[in-house]
Write a protein that binds this ligand. Structure first.
Ligand code: F6R
Length: 645
């Protein structure tokens, strides 16, 4: 683990050798791990050691605990230590940071429920030692309740170790922007972005509570030790602001810069915008491998506003890249090399160009007709993320198969499902059976925050299947090449999914073996640690591990596209497929067939545009970036990275 850490983590070097220049932009100690699991194990070990050392001294261990996705693995490891290694929680007292308000304890969205499900139900902590802000306290008693919560912490001698996550607003606990440095436990109005982030678990932003009870900044600051966890790309921007920015109530987590025993535990994606990770040439000597120099040159173009071939020695020297210049000899050589590299990523032949020299093309020319298997995590990612490429593959004569990994049923609203159930009932007329009427009743009488019955889920899944078939038929794929895998990990009826199981992996292996593809396309959302896209990708990686020894796999290349939310950075792209204005319109129409995902879909994030708009904007931006680098001017481009498994 240490070797991996050193590769990415200058803070380890910083601790060992005191090379301050590498962290000179950073105001807070942080340690970067190559993934969230490794970081979580390290944190769980620190907590366990503290519990044990306190026990040896006959003392109680006072822990401040957080909920959310960030600490889940830490709790999982603590439970494992309890069951397998006998770690006892009998001397542990906990105070949770926050709770939605109002909120009942039996609501599956409550933090009370979360903490019991992930930790308390599985360890020997005494019930009377558990403190979680109570979301049922009446409004007139709330103020006093908060004062008492604060007092209870003080009476125990204060928090020994406080675990924190960080929201994209920079909140810690639910201390949203504007929170005061000296704030204590209180009720607070949730920020819009926080509600957007919580919306998926509440099945829509309108169901997210508007308020919460939270420990204050002062309460947190009083802790003797603080560990803040942040995983994944979508935390990278707030992590940079918190660690490198000025202290400000606009980013409450920056207040931690004043605390002298705080460590940020990050994975490489969450750390990716820190200056030393993102633009290391600005902080010190750099190892110039191909990836690093490509990244730096693209960055330099953006910084100077120049295309690649217009960069001069001075640009390199003025921007911390003189050592790259020295290695290569001159900006002229560097520029030509980079220009050719980017140029060679562009192809209108994603399945390979027949009968042509393919030495500097992204794909092989042979076999001329390829079997192509596109994995789409949800029934629409195929057209949203690679509709133009999909169209080219079909029209260039390849045998294209689409495998929808999950049913996507929870993203169909009740209104949409009711509409289809009623159409079906109407068509049946007097022959109507009670089955459809039963479904209609269930939808009409559904209570908030309850899970759909199997039948309603099935209806929602079928709606998405039919939409997918409409789109794939439009793009010219025969129905027998469309595969609905309905991976079981997804079928909980809830946002929280099951872990990947053997059955999921077997289904993935079976479809790959059946088709024996020359090309696989899959959603490469590597930075999304918990979501369906990442789990779907893991299912593919596991299947590929199993299948790798089979001879047909020697011919199988894996191309990763990005999901709806982001695009590959230009320096990462290995295949860029241009689209003409007509192809852009065709892709738009293919996306339109997914009608249940139009008009304010359920899991949209904080970008309220419809999927086709986002897809077009992103494909257009990629084309503009290529143009700005001095390459041809296309209407739009889809981008892929080749993954060597
Ligand atoms: C939870 C809490 C919040 C979360 C933060 C990050 O008790 O206080 O501050 O830590 O919203 O949430 P996740 O970990 O889900 O990204």
């Amino acid at each position: 683990m240490e070797a991996k850490l050193l590769k990415y983590t200058k803070s380890i070097i910083y601790e060992e050798s005191g090379k301050f220049e590498e962290t000179r932009f950073e105001k807070k100690h942080n340690v970067i791990f190559s993934n969230s699991s490794e970081g979580s194990l390290k944190v769980a070990k620190e907590i366990a050691d503290l519990i044990i050392s306190k026990k040896a001294k006959g003392e109680q261990c006072i822990l401040g605990l957080a909920t959310g996705s960030s600490p889940i693995k830490v709790y999982e490891e603590l439970v494992r230590m309890h069951t397998e290694e006998g770690l006892s929680f009998s001397n542990v007292v906990t105070f949770n940071l926050d709770e939605y308000y109002p909120m009942t304890k039996d609501n599956i969205q409550s933090y009370y429920y979360f903490m019991h499900e992930h930790l308390f139900n599985h360890v020997d902590i005494l019930t009377e030692n558990i403190h979680i802000p109570d979301g049922t306290v009446s409004a007139d008693k709330l103020h006093q309740y908060c004062i008492d919560y604060e007092k209870a912490i003080d009476e125990r001698g204060g928090i020994d170790l406080q675990l924190l996550g960080i929201g994209r607003t920079g909140h810690i606990g639910f201390n949203e922007p504007g929170s005061h440095f000296n704030s204590e436990t209180r009720s607070i109005i949730l920020d819009y972005i926080t509600k957007v982030d919580a919306a998926p678990s509440f099945l829509g932003i309108e169901n997210v509570p508007k308020k919460a009870i939270t420990m204050g900044i002062k309460t947190v600051r009083k802790a003797k030790r603080i560990i803040l966890l942040a995983w994944g790309q979508n935390k990278s921007s707030i992590v940079k602001k918190t660690i490198e920015g000025e202290i400000s109530s606009k980013v409450p987590a920056t207040y931690l810069q004043h605390h002298n025993n705080t460590t940020f535990i990050l994975d490489i994606e969450a750390a990716s915008e820190l200056t030393r990770i993102n633009t290391p040439w600005l902080v010190g000597p750099c190892v110039w491998d191909e990836k690093m120099s490509s990244k730096a040159i693209i960055w330099l173009c953006k910084k100077t506003g120049k295309s690649i071939l217009k960069l001069i020695d001075e640009d390199y020297n003025d921007n911390g890249m003189s050592s790259l210049l020295v290695e290569e000899g001159s900006s002229y050589d560097l520029n030509i090399k980079m220009f050719n590299k980017v140029q060679h990523t562009i192809t209108g032949w994603p399945g390979g160009k027949p009968n042509s020299d393919d030495t500097s093309r992204p794909e092989r020319a042979n076999p001329i007709k390829k079997r192509v298997l596109v994995f789409s995590p949800h029934p629409d990612d195929d057209v949203i993320s690679m509709g133009g490429t999909f169209d080219r593959l079909v029209s260039q004569g390849h045998e294209v198969h689409i495998a929808y990994q999950t049913s996507g049923n929870i993203a169909v609203s009740d209104y949409e499902a009711l509409k289809f159930a009623e159409v079906s009932k109407k068509m049946k007329g007097s022959k109507d059976d009670s089955f459809i009427s039963g479904i209609i009743d269930q939808i009409k009488n559904k209570k908030d925050n309850t899970i759909d019955s199997i039948e309603v889920r099935k209806l929602k899944g079928v709606i998405r299947q039919m939409e997918s078939l409409a789109a794939t038929r439009y793009l010219g794929v025969p129905d027998e090449n469309i595969h609905f895998l309905n991976l079981p990990f997804y079928e909980t009826g809830n946002i929280k999914k099951n872990p990947l199981g053997e059955e999921d992996i077997k289904i993935m292996c079976d479809i790959i073996e059946e088709i024996k593809p020359h090309q696989i396309y899959a959603a490469g959302d590597l930075a999304d640690p918990h979501g369906t896209h990442r789990v779907s990708l893991n299912a593919l990686f596991e299947a590929l591990k199993i299948l790798k020894p089979k001879p047909f796999m020697d011919d199988c290349w894996l191309w990763l596209y990005r999901g709806a939310w982001q695009e590959w950075d230009i320096h990462e792209i290995e295949m860029a497929v241009p689209m003409s204005p007509d192809q852009v319109l065709k892709k738009r129409k293919a996306i339109f067939f997914h009608q249940s995902q139009k008009d304010g879909v359920m899991f949209q994030g904080n970008d309220i545009r419809e999927f086709w708009m986002r897809a077009e904007d992103r494909n257009n931006k990629t084309a503009i970036k290529y143009k700005e680098l001095g390459l041809a001017d296309y209407a739009a481009m889809e981008a892929f990275v080749r993954w060597h498994y």
